[in-house]
Design a protein around this ligand. Structure first.
Ligand code: PAF
Length: 288
C-alpha cells in the first residue's frame, strides 16, 4: 500500500520515523508523468535499501526550473495514475506537495552550483539548474539521510546534484542510473508524448547518431571534434534546431581534452519539443 503525503513536515517526519525504526531510505525525486524510466529508478532505490527499507518518490512539477517560454503549464500532471504506477513497483511513500508549501510567499533562497551548471543546457535554459538545485536542496532536507536515485538521461542534472550534495555536505548518496530506452533506442522522457508520429520517427535519429559515435570510439577514434561534427551532421537532417552537440569530460563537464572516456551530449528540437540525450563514450554501449 503506497501512502500519499502532501505536507512537507509530515513527509520529513515519516522519513525520520523510518530511520528511527532502522529502515534505510531510498528517494526518487520526479516531476511525475511517470514512465518505465522512473520505475527503474524506484526499483534501483529498492535494491539499494532492501526489502526492509523505505522507498519514497516525490512528484512535484517545480515551477522555478522552467523558463518563461517553456512547458510548465502544459507539463503533464496525473497524480492518481502516478501513484498506481508507484504502487506497482512497491513504492512505500509518494510525496506530492503543493507549490505554496515548497515555495511559501516569504521564501528567498536560491541554490547555485557553479561550473557543472554552466556548459551544455546552462546557456540555453537560464535559471534551470538554479531551480533544480533549489528544489532538490529542499527535497533532500526533507528526506534526510538517504540514497537518492536519478536518471543519467539528465546527465548534467545528475552531475549538478552530485556536486550539490558533496559541497553542502548533505547526508545523501546521489546515484545515477543508466538511461532507459524505447525499442528503437529513443531515451524515455515524459516529453516524448508531445511528439507527433512523424516527429517521433525523426527522433529515432538521435540514438542512431549516438550509436555511430560509440562504434567509432570503439574502433579507436579519439578526436572529440570529429565525433561532435559527425553527430551534428546526422542530427541536422532531422532537427528543427540544434541547441548543442558537445563532447565533454564526463566528470567535470569541462571541454574534452583527450582520454578514453568522453561525454557526448546533445539537445535538439524536433517540432516544438526539446529532446536531450547523451552517452559516455568508452563506458556505455551503443543506444541503437
Ligand atoms: O529530473 C526531474 O524530474 C527534475 O528535474 C527533478 C530532479 C525532480 C527536480 O525537479
Amino acid at each position: 500500500m503506497t501512502e500519499v503525503i502532501h505536507d512537507p513536515r509530515a513527509f520529513q517526519q515519516a522519513m525520520e520515523r523510518a530511520r528511527a525504526d532502522g529502515r534505510a531510505v531510498g528517494f526518487v525525486p520526479t516531476m511525475g508523468a511517470l514512465h518505465e524510466g522512473h520505475l527503474t529508478l524506484a526499483r534501483e532505490a529498492r535494491a539499494r535499501v532492501g526489502d526492509r527499507g523505505l522507498v519514497a518518490v516525490s512528484i512535484f512539477v517545480n515551477p522555478t526550473q522552467f523558463g518563461p517560454n517553456e512547458d510548465f503549464s502544459r507539463y503533464p500532471r496525473e497524480l492518481e495514475r502516478d501513484v498506481e504506477r508507484c504502487a506497482s513497483v512497491g513504492v512505500d511513500v509518494v510525496f506530492a506537495p503543493e507549490a505554496s508549501a515548497m515555495y511559501p510567499a516569504d521564501e528567498r533562497t536560491r541554490v547555485n552550483v557553479r561550473g557543472v551548471s554552466e556548459p551544455l543546457c546552462g546557456p540555453f535554459r537560464p535559471g534551470h539548474f538554479e531551480g533544480v538545485a533549489t528544489i532538490v536542496s529542499k527535497l533532500f532536507a526533507l528526506a534526510g539521510r538517504s540514497v537518492a536515485v536519478f536518471g543519467r538521461k539528465d546527465y548534467q542534472q545528475w552531475r549538478v546534484l552530485t556536486r550539490l550534495a558533496a559541497d553542502l555536505m548533505l547526508p545523501v548518496e546521489v546515484v545515477g542510473v543508466a538511461t532507459v530506452r524505447e525499442a528503437d533506442g529513443l531515451a524515455m522522457s515524459s516529453r516524448n508524448r508531445y511528439l507527433s508520429e512523424q516527429e517521433r520517427a525523426k527522433a529515432a535519429a538521435i540514438p542512431r547518431a549516438l550509436g555511430e559515435a560509440v562504434r567509432a570510439w570503439e574502433r579507436g577514434e579519439r578526436d572529440g571534434e570529429r565525433v561532435r561534427a559527425g553527430v551534428e551532421r546526422a542530427l541536422s537532417a532531422v532537427a528543427d534546431s540544434i541547441d548543442y552537440v558537445d563532447v565533454r569530460d564526463p566528470d567535470s563537464l569541462d571541454r574534452y581534452a583527450g582520454g578514453d572516456r568522453a561525454l557526448l551530449a546533445i539537445a535538439i528540437r524536433v517540432g516544438k519539443t526539446r529532446l536531450i540525450d547523451n552517452v559516455v563514450l568508452g563506458e556505455e554501449r551503443a543506444p541503437a
